[in-house]
Ligand binder design. Structure first.
Ligand SMILES: C[S@@+](CC[C@H](N)C(=O)[O-])C[C@H]1O[C@@H](n2cnc3c(N)ncnc32)[C@H](O)[C@@H]1O
Length: 301
């Protein structure tokens, strides 16, 4: 199995369907998911197995506004070719298709792509879906007008490799659009809490680079045209406890961490997560209303 640092040398040719116009409805149906898994191997953290646990699709339904805003931020036009990298259950790809773009979603978790396919079928949206790894995207160089990712590439362990793949598949003059949790916002802090053992101060972390303007310049070059908008997504739960329960059940990386802990460690982590939600909760009525800060960014290629 090649390692995450291997050069992305051999690639399958772009699947024929991606060269076609999907606006005729092709891409919706049982054959829509294509298997071009050209895995680069799971990295040291947050590999495929983490995201296969739980059911991220349940959480994603509360985040659809992020994809809608991202598509507006890159100024999508009808018929543009759009790739949604680490699409999960398809939030961004579906938002692009709603704007009459020719959308393709790629992810390495088949079960989440199945959810995307179901959602596309209900809305009669012609999207293409593809199993593949963000570290070695199964596409030729430059076929896409816009390459987007919401809370997806930020979890790839090798951020430089992920950024170079986004650049490679985007045409010259195209746009890369990103939504990434900020390091000190609610979700950034939540992922810190999941690190076992805790991160030593000063150790670099791929996830943090995507959530700051400086980090994006590090990934795309100091001269890159990077425009950022700080945003906040409001997360809602019936109560603080129900919110943590939902995360424990559905957020794959959290499910995986809890599975590795003994009972005492599990209780400790649970109380840390409850405290974190209480700290950010602004509801004041017994429910949970948690602003989760993220950075929306558009990089001109
Ligand atoms: C937090 S979810 C976001 C999903 C979706 N973009 C959304 O906004 O709802 C992270 C997604 O990244 C995917 N992912 C993480 N690393 C990946 C990789 N190396 N290649 C492909 N997908 C990856 C996971 O499978 C998961 O679907």
């Amino acid at each position: 199995m090649p390692g995450a640092r291997d050069p992305p040398a051999e690639r399958p040719a772009m699947p024929r369907a991606f060269a076609d116009d999907p606006s005729d409805g092709e891409g919706v149906g049982p054959l829509a998911i294509r298997y071009f898994m050209n895995a680069a191997g799971d990295g040291p953290s947050l590999g495929r197995i983490d995201w296969e646990a739980g059911d991220f699709a349940v959480l994603a339904t509360g985040q659809t506004i992020v994809g809608e805003l991202l598509c507006e931020a890159v100024g999508l036009r009808a018929r543009e070719r759009v790739l949604d990298v680490a699409t999960g259950s398809g939030n961004v790809a579906l938002a692009a298709a709603r704007r009459r773009a020719r959308a393709t979603g790629v992810d390495f978790v088949l079960r989440l792509l199945e959810r995307a396919r179901e959602r596309a079928a209900v809305e009669r949206l012609p999207i293409q879906l593809c199993v593949g790894d963000a570290r070695r995207l199964p596409f030729l160089d430059g076929p896409f007008d816009a390459v987007l990712s919401a809370f997806g590439v930020m979890f790839v362990p090798n951020a430089e490799l992920a950024a170079s793949e986004l650049r490679r598949v985007c045409r010259a003059g195209g746009r890369v659009g990103l939504a990434s949790w900020t390091p000190n916002g609610f979700i950034g802090r939540q992922f810190d809490a999941l690190e076992r053992p805790p991160r030593s101060p000063g150790r670099s972390d791929a996830r943090r680079l995507w959530g700051t303007e400086e980090g994006l310049h590090q990934l795309f070059g100091s001269a890159a045209d990077v425009r950022v908008v700080p945003r906040s997504l409001l997360l809602r739960g019936d109560s603080v406890e129900r919110m943590v329960e939902g995360l424990r059940r559905n957020l794959g990386p959290m499910v995986q961490v809890f599975a590795r802990l003994d009972a005492a460690q599990g209780r400790l982590l649970e109380s840390e997560l409850l405290d974190l939600v209480r700290q950010f909760n602004v509801a004041g009525d017994g429910t949970a209303l948690v602003p989760a800060d993220y950075l929306e960014a558009v990089v001109r290629m």
